[in-house]
Design a protein around this ligand. Structure first.
Ligand code: EPZ
Length: 455
């Protein structure tokens, strides 16, 4: 039985705050293994609430959001066993609580994924309305209007979403057209539809690989989901779902992050245990810029960039277009590209916060609403910077890898949410990076010894 050493993570367990210290200039060489996709593991863990039988998930990434999701499931009444670090056996046979409390939802919006399964199986659910976050207001109106189309009564009470199924306790299938592509909205309604009476159609559905991975798990549990990965998904409701065993797909955003790391540092990386077919738009954009990316086999990439990169415009959009979760990483690369690039962020309204920190390191970036103009190549200089959200913190790590001198990154708990042992993986391929743990006791910051993790 593997018990997560919660203190491993840099969140305020007892006033622990971690930072990264990076000295730039080391080209990365060697092999890196990609972990499971956080954004698939989270809905798949929630799907275990749909059945009293055990759902076994392999290749779960060892990241902070998984800890939070596990605590949520256990608070609801499920048991979560971890026979080894990246395997979770989840059994929701004795659920007594049908809600996701504020203190968990405020730290992780994906807690709203408990809504669909609880409502579908138990006919009721109460989830704290997730507030916005650094990158945007992040409403869930499309989730809620979808549940109402399933016949649920959805009310807002004291900051909570309180949802009830129709009188007989069972949702009714519906024809739902999303006015905007929403990843977790598609996942929430797809899970709810598996136990609804009749056949549901989701139109303008999200097409991300994580949607397909969730549908694969649901079908292993006995659901009848068709069309996942396309914009129209049909789900024929069944009476009950059973247990299953499933392996989570690799993390396409971690993969993209390491491709950029190899290109930026003019090194050469073999990136294994990945799915290149899940990030074709990223690979083609980076190849156009001059990054050499070779597929050694369906799960392994060889990346180098001997000639440096040329500027290239990009606009983020839902899958299969260039993902918003790679926008910050791409921006760092364009600071080193020859020429002027325009990066347009169409998904979230406030996802350029990394730009101001990169400017402090010397980057030439002009922000105008949803557009960022990046001029390169500009040499970066190490500085003390602050992470603001998960992918912004990844971009600051990338910048530190090439900046002249030392970069200190505060609030690395953001990066621990979605990257498994990133400093250990980078250290193993030649980066000069260490995690500095600081204890906050009575408001005083006392730095302790660096922590060196091995992969
Ligand atoms: C998922 O968030 C991911 N999170 C995000 O990854 C990712 O950036 C995002 O999809 C877009 O790809 C998880 O899967 C856990 P959306 P999600 O609903 O589902 C608007 C990371 O870094 N919208 O697809 O919350 C919304 O405001 C994280 O790993 C509504 O208006 O995103 C946004 O503008 C960050 N109403 C757009 O749709 C709704 O009800 C896309 O949001 C729902 C969404």
């Amino acid at each position: 039985m593997f018990l997560f050493p919660l203190s491993r993570f840099s969140f305020n367990l007892s006033g622990i705050v971690d930072k990264f210290r990076i000295v730039g200039g080391q080209p990365l060489h060697g092999r890196v293994s990609i972990s499971g996709a956080k954004n698939s593991a989270l809905p798949c863990m929630a799907a275990a609430l749909l059945t009293p039988e055990t759902v076994t998930l392999h290749n779960i990434p060892y990241v902070r959001d998984i800890i939070t999701q596990r605590r949520l499931l256990e608070d609801i009444g499920a048991t979560v066993l971890t026979p080894e670090l990246r395997t979770h056996k989840i059994t929701a046979s004795h659920v007594e609580v049908f809600e996701a409390p504020y203190e968990l939802v405020k730290t992780m919006r994906a807690s709203v994924l408990a809504l669909g399964p609880l409502l579908a199986r138990f006919g009721k659910a109460k989830v704290s309305l997730p507030g916005g976050c650094a990158i945007g207001t992040r409403p869930i109106d499309l989730h809620l209007s979808g549940f109402e189309k399933f016949g649920a009564n959805v009310k807002l009470e004291a900051g909570n979403v309180v949802a009830r199924a129709p009188a007989d306790g069972r949702l009714c299938a519906a024809d739902v057209h999303f006015s905007k592509v929403t990843v977790t909205g598609t996942e929430n309604l797809m899970m709810a539809a598996t136990l609804a009476r009749g056949t549901t159609t989701l139109r303008n559905a999200a097409r991300e690989p994580e949607i397909v991975d969730l549908a694969d798990l649901l079908n292993k549990m006995g659901a009848r989901v068709n069309g996942a990965g396309t914009e129209t998904i049909q789900i024929e409701g069944v009476e009950a779902l059973g247990g299953a065993e499933h392996t989570i797909i690799p993390d396409r955003i971690e993969t993209g992050t390491f491709i950029v790391a190899a290109a930026l540092t003019c090194g050469e990386l073999e990136i294994k245990d990945c799915r290149p077919d899940h990030l074709e738009s990223v690979i083609s954009q980076l190849r156009r810029a001059g990054v050499l990316i070779q597929e050694l086999n369906p799960n392994t990439l060889q990346v180098s960039c001997p000639q440096g990169v040329n500027a290239g415009d990009v606009s983020t959009a839902p899958y299969p277009a260039f993902p918003t979760d790679m926008q910050a990483q791409y921006m760092v690369l364009m600071t080193q590209a020859r020429g002027r690039s325009e990066i347009i962020e169409t998904v979230f309204e406030n996802r350029f916060m990394h730009a101001s920190e990169l400017q402090r390191m010397g980057a030439q970036i002009q922000i105008d609403g949803r557009s960022a103009i990046v001029d390169g190549p500009t040499p970066l200089t190490g500085a003390r910077v602050i992470a603001s959200d998960l992918r912004a913190s990844a971009s600051l790590v990338l910048a530190g890898l090439i900046a002249k001198g030392e970069t200190m990154i505060d609030r690395v708990y953001h990066i621990d949410r979605g990257y498994e042992k990133i400093e250990a993986k980078l250290l193993a391929v030649g980066a000069e990076i260490e995690r500095i743990r600081a204890l906050v006791t009575t408001g005083q910051l006392q730095e302790v010894q660096p922590i060196v993790e091995t992969v």
